[in-house]
Write a protein that binds this ligand. Structure first.
Ligand code: GDP
Ligand code: MG
Length: 171
């Protein structure tokens, strides 16, 4: 259809932060408590209508490569959006955000739309990263920030819409 868009996004961030869970919640409205190290699942499709425009997004999961601290260039190829996830209960995953931002810059250049996502916000008692800290890193990099829970579904749709709107604004 004229005006419809097919996009590619990728999900990155440390192992265990909930990337695969965010993807299942977003695309299948499901949540699984077990940590299945992602091997072999490449992407899921999310269709949406944003501002009167139909978009189809292939969202790629990094399939366990993130454990090695970087992902291959082929994962980034053709991507116009990146969802960078950390776990608000895991300080280390937040400290690594700058490293992931550098990895994105290195592989995609400056123009790829990005969003920073602090996931597992349902686990309030073990929080290790303040909301303001996430917001500051996002502000410093000029990207939107949102806290989500793949478990409850909180803000998962909003994260998707925010990144989609950012891309539509720039087109
Ligand atoms: P990935 O390695 O980044 O793909 O992380 P997974 O999606 O496999 O999630 C790792 C673990 O965290 C699993 O046990 C999930 O059930 C759990 N998890 C993921 N998202 C959330 C969340 O929003 N809240 C809670 N409480 N647990 C989550
Ligand atoms: Mg995974």
């Amino acid at each position: 259809m004229r005006g419809d868009s097919l996009w590619k996004w990728i999900l990155i961030g440390n192992s265990g932060v909930g990337k695969t869970s965010v993807l299942s919640r977003l695309c299948n409205d499901e949540f699984n408590n077990t940590f299945i190290s992602t091997i072999g699942i490449d992407f899921k499709i999310k269709k949406a209508e944003i501002g009167g425009k139909n978009i189809t997004v292939q969202i790629w999961d990094t399939a366990g490569q993130e454990r090695f601290g970087t992902i291959t260039k082929s994962c980034y190829r053709g991507a116009n959006g990146v969802i960078l996830v950390y776990d608000i209960n895991n300080r280390n995953s937040f400290d690594d955000v700058n490293r992931w931002l550098n990895d994105i810059k290195l592989h995609t250049g400056e123009n790829t739309a990005r969003i920073l996502v602090g996931n597992k916000c349902d686990l309030k008692s073990s929080r290790a990263v303040k909301t303001e800290e996430g917001q500051n890193v996002a502000d410093n990099n000029g990207i939107p920030f949102i806290e989500t829970s793949a478990k409850t579904g909180e803000n998962i749709g909003k994260a998707f819409t925010t990144l989609a709107e950012l891309i539509l604004e720039e087109i």
